[in-house]
Write a protein that binds this ligand. Structure first.
Ligand code: UGA
Length: 417
């Protein structure tokens, strides 16, 4: 937003995070983020504060971007943080403002948020609630924000629409579609988009599993499907399932919201189940290969839920590692950026962390590739062979070539490839 020319005050109750940002240290990893923040701070359009009241009072639009993590008991999105922001907004409403919801929230949230604002404000000032879901991918958020496929904005008044049009004018001018809808449609667009992408992934994973039993290579199949512009080639990479802070929780949350409205999302239930099973495929492959995993040394390449991020939330790697450790395997793991997070998350789980992909291979009986980091794609088979004791490669992201791997003397398991 600052890069588009707006004056942006980032407010958070997390003092540590704000202090880090003030020192120009990024709380998440993304290439180019630090430079972008530094530039906009220097040019006076971007600042960080824990003074929530000041941030709200000084702004025309307040973007609510707090997390809506999965409530593990109910499968629904946890809404307490969103409601807390609504309260702060109400208490500090000192003129007409819009509260823009960026967080992924169930349909109908805007109405609840409006009630909270009405109940907490002094009633002297008008306000609007806007739904403006975000479609950024982790690790590619800057590019996705500045060159969006579309911006979806749900509004309930002309006044809110005019303000939002002004905010997104720089993107609209560069030809990006800015779509105005009613508030509920915008809220649904977000869930429907993520659920559809997750469906594409589970679909191709089932086709991959079918290729495994029926013959065929899912990479070729996906290519053949993807040329059809009605299908499209993106999000058709088979693998060990989707993870991250979005798809798993959003699919579950949409299923739960559906239930509240008496709607049974049968397709999404299957999408979720297929994904759960998919994550454990490497374990099944290893069990096929070794009668017992007790004492077997397994090298793990990649821990994050996808490359170019240090985020390990719902990463298939964590589940697989825990299952293998339970079976007595010795895990030696390497990831270019996600090892610190994994150490914290899997504290107490016996894992040896090493500082290079080659080191992980030393004396290993098998290698599992969990994340498709670029540096793993260019691995030399001869070097891998020299370092490993065994010759089993499980390629959870289909980044290697079966023929080449087999010619180099490996027993190769891909995901339908
Ligand atoms: C996803 C959406 O892509 C964003 O549009 C959305 O804004 C975001 O969720 C969100 O709701 O905040 P993200 O979770 O960052 O973004 O990651 P993706 O790049 O979509 O990947 C999700 C998972 O799907 C990863 O585990 C990835 O490995 C897996 N995936 C992706 C596949 O298994 N196959 C594919 O072909 C593509």
């Amino acid at each position: 937003m600052a890069e588009l020319g707006h004056t942006v005050i980032c407010a958070d109750i997390d003092e540590k995070k704000i202090e880090m940002l003030k020192r120009n240290e990024m709380p998440i990893y993304e290439l180019g983020l630090e430079e972008l923040v530094r530039k906009n701070v220097k040019e006076g359009r971007l600042s960080f504060t824990t003074d929530i009241a000041m941030a709200i009072q000084k702004s025309d639009a307040v973007f609510n971007a707090v997390g809506t993590p999965e409530n593990k008991q109910t499968g629904q999105a946890e809404m307490k943080y969103v409601y807390a922001v609504a309260e702060s907004f109400g208490k500090n409403l000192n003129g007409y403002k819009v509260l823009v919801n960026k967080s992924t929230v169930p349909v109908g949230t805007a109405d609840k948020v409006a009630e909270i604002v009405r109940a907490t404000s002094d009633g002297k000032n008008e306000f609007d609630i806007v739904s403006n879901p975000e479609f950024l991918r982790e690790g590619a958020a800057i590019k996705d924000f500045l060159n969006p496929d579309r911006v979806a904005v749900g509004v309930s008044s002309d006044r809110a629409r005019a303000l939002m049009e002004k905010i997104y004018r720089p993107l609209a001018r560069s030809g990006r579609p800015v779509l105005f809808t009613d508030v509920r449609s915008a809220e649904i667009i977000k869930y429907a988009s993520n659920a559809f992408l997750a469906t594409k992934i589970s679909f191709i994973n089932e086709i991959a599993n079918f290729c495994e039993v029926a013959g065929g290579n899912v990479k070729e199949v996906a290519k053949g499907m993807g040329y059809d512009s009605r299908i499209g080639s993106r999000f058709l990479s088979a693998g060990i399932g989707y993870g991250g802070s979005c798809f798993p929780k959003d699919v579950k949350a949409l299923i739960q919201t559906g239930k509240q409205y008496g709607q049974d999302f049968r397709i999404l239930q299957a999408v979720d189940e297929v994904n759960d099973d998919q994550k454990l495929r490497p374990v099944t492959f290893l069990q096929k290969q070794f009668p017992s995993l007790e004492g077997k040394k397994i090298a793990v390449w990649g821990l994050s839920f996808k490359p170019r991020t240090d985020d390990i939330r719902e990463a298939p790697a964590l589940l697989i590692i825990k299952a293998l450790v339970k079976m007595g395997a010795n895990i030696v793991a390497f990831d270019p950026v996600a090892m610190d997070n994994t150490k914290q998350e899997l504290e107490g789980v016996k894992i040896k962390y090493v500082t290079s992909s080659h080191e992980a291979l030393k004396g290993a009986d098998a290698l599992i590739i969990m994340t498709e980091w670029d540096e793993f794609r260019t691995a030399e088979y001869a070097t891998i062979k020299d370092l490993m004791k065994g010759n089993v490669i499980i390629d959870g992201r289909n980044i290697l070539d079966r023929k080449e791997a087999e010619e180099a003397g490996f027993v190769y398991y891909g995901i339908g490839a």
